[in-house]
Ligand binder design. Structure first.
Ligand code: URA
Length: 252
């Protein structure tokens, strides 16, 4: 029983969502309704499937948002991302939008999905400690010492898989507008999916430690904290990258 439970947790089934257990062997399938005669299409009528350009729709919805609140509402209402159907909560951002540094991660995990806030699980705690080491915190009173944190997808991917390229593509207009509205001085991208979405490049080992650019804003890619939790020997690279960010913030 314990092994079966551990297996389900491993698969990502971390929450019981019903009050009472359901014996699926006893559940009878619902009888299929007979198709209504009136609903039958005419024998040669063409089936018209409306084509939706989901990226264009995301672009239009995000461009129409004139504030971060409007952007959050537009993104949450966006109906075409499959991730939305499996998530408990929409996760938009945390920290201070006026911060000089915007941190962009991959997507919510189980804890973020439960709380509706980015980076609040184990990797988020490490992220907080990393930035605290260079004097930055999401809840800092002084905007100059604050962080603003978001992700490239706002809904938790099932079993914490990487977001698919199509999911990244349809969410990218929202992230672009998010950056435009928050107008940070620097962006830190955490891990490969964030770099793939915004820089169109992967290979974090090569990308990290060097400055890149997105829409005129300097971008520092870094190892994702969840990778650092598994590979503690890589933390020295993250420390070097944090010092590079700090030096740039201190340069007039
Ligand atoms: N990992 C991320 O990339 N983002 C989160 O919000 C949490 C974990």
């Amino acid at each position: 029983m314990l092994a079966a439970l551990a297996w389900q947790v491993e698969l990502g089934a971390v929450d019981a969502i019903g009050e009472a257990p359901v014996d699926r062997f006893e559940v009878k399938p619902e009888p299929k309704a007979a198709p209504a005669a009136a609903a039958k299409p005419a024998p040669h009528a063409p089936v018209v499937v409306p084509e939706v350009d989901v990226v264009a729709e995301a672009r239009a919805m995000s461009a129409a948002a004139g504030s971060l609140e409007a952007l959050a509402a537009a993104q949450e209402a966006f109906p075409h991302c499959e991730l939305k159907r499996g998530a408990r909560n929409f996760v938009f951002a945390d920290g201070r939008p006026e911060a000089r540094v915007m941190v962009i991660g991959e997507g919510p995990g189980a804890e973020e999905d439960a709380q509706g806030k980015p980076f609040v699980g184990r990797s988020g705690q490490l992220l907080d400690r990393m930035f605290a080491a260079i004097g930055l915190a999401r809840d800092a009173e002084d905007a100059a010492a604050a962080l603003y944190i978001t992700n490239v997808v706002p809904w938790r991917p099932p079993q914490n898989r990487d977001p698919e390229p199509e999911e990244l593509a349809m969410m990218r207009p929202f992230v672009e507008r998010h950056i435009e509205l928050a107008a940070p001085e620097l962006i830190v991208l955490m891990g490969n999916p964030a770099c793939g979405s915004l820089l169109g490049k992967r290979g974090i080992t090569r990308l990290r430690g060097n400055w890149h650019e997105f829409a005129g804003v300097p971008v520092m890619p870094m190892f994702h904290p969840s990778f650092l939790l598994r590979r503690a020997e890589m933390k020295r690279h993250a420390w070097a990258d944090l010092l590079t960010v700090k030096a740039r913030l201190e340069t007039p």
